[in-house]
Design a protein around this ligand. Sequence first.
Ligand SMILES: Nc1ncnc2c1ncn2[C@@H]1O[C@H](COP(=O)(O)OP(=O)(O)OP(=O)(O)O)[C@@H](O)[C@H]1O
Ligand SMILES: [Mg+2]
Length: 472
Amino acid sequence: MKKRILIIDDDTDMCALLSRFLSKNGYQVDTAHSASKGIEKFMNDSFDIVLCDYRLGDKRDGKDILIEIKQHKPDAIVLIITGYSDIKTAVDVIKAGAYDYITKPLIPDEVLSVLSKALENNGVAPSVAAAPAAPAKETKSSRGGSDMTSEFLEGQDPASKQLYRQIDLVAPTNFSIILYGESGTGKEVIAKTIHERSNRKGKPFIAMDCGTLSKELAGSELFGHMKGSFTGALADKEGHFELANGGTLFLDEVANLSAEIQASLLRVIQERKFKRVGGNKEIDVDVRVIVASNENLQDAYRKGKFREDLYYRFNEFSINLPPLRNRKHDIPLFADFFLNKTKAELNRDNIEGFDEDVMDVFVKYNWPGNLREFRNVIRRCALLTTGKNISAAALPQEISNTATGENNTAHEPAGRTNNFPDLKDASSRAEYETIMHVLREVNFNKTKAAEVLNIDRKTLYNKIKSYEDSQS
Ligand SMILES: Nc1ncnc2c1ncn2[C@@H]1O[C@H](COP(=O)(O)OP(=O)(O)OP(=O)(O)O)[C@@H](O)[C@H]1O
Ligand SMILES: [Mg+2]
């Protein structure tokens, strides 16, 4: 049976042209020249695909139609036609549930290929085009769980596919990006992935946690300083902007920067030049900025905590990273991925997999610390496992309790095995375990964790980072 397509476009010539072309290629086509007509036809008939122009010379645009159609029929396949290189709109409609977008001018073969792909996959969005092959040391990611040479896993859950489609769309542009996501969802990993998939790849990627900086040091860290410009400035120093020149600068927890630093940041972003602290010389830079925040930056500027103009500069694009509990289909994939990493790291070839009830617990648990917590839990389980399979007894109590409501799991400290190669390694591992334990207790609030552990936030950040980097 012929597949049915509804074309919604206010350009009658374009509609007629497309309609003729698609009919010739075996589709049964109907057309509508306005948003209201299009929606009416969709509601009263049944179509396999809707092909809708974004601009309709109407109060409602393609995205409004998409949202209405999706409300009525969530699994409808909608393709949106956008202007050439209008990436922002493209990503916007994909976020709103479009299957894909097609750019103008329309190329007949491309239209046919997108249509047949959409029908083939039954509206399940394709995984994005493969990233360009990355050189050995760079961030490599794998979609499934089998490629163990990868540093990271993309995942197969619809939420993950959606995430990586946005990343692949925006990576090659120079847009500033805001990444939102709970602790441990992989904001820094994603920032690095965006860098690797941009033409800045091969240039520096510099990450900086703004939550750890004292007011005095933030300027010097970001912009560098000249010898003698303040007590302790013993030599000239390059700041992160200079270090990241040509590449990408990732600013984590950006809402924590003081008003003064926000003003300097705005200047460097607008004018692409800055001065070192205590310096007179203007330094030119070309840096793409990606920022992350646990707090909604729009709320932050409404509360007067963040500059509105800076917010708009950063907000050329924003991506929400899903928490692990919202990508449950990925849990078995990440479990295998982290287990394989851990086996290699700890020489634990005896372990083959997980008992079935363990996987159930993983799927039920709500993972407040997301991928960081998951990775840590698996590492800990592997350390406690001497047999073939990781069993429920190896799970930290708080996890088996929350997930199953039971209260009978054995709870051994991780340091009990004698598998550590040396004392330094053992103590850093034990330290990391303690940090993870406290993080879990304070629901992954790093400021609170630093207080409990009686260290400053910067030390906490550096400890987590150096441990995670050493295990990558
Ligand atoms: N896609 C992934 N594949 C494998 N491991 C991942 C992935 N994403 C994150 N991780 C692991 O999770 C941990 C936390 O990642 P990352 O530091 O990027 O999170 P974050 O969102 O920046 O956390 P925070 O909010 O605490 O700064 C790291 O150990 C990292 O290796
Ligand atoms: Mg981070």
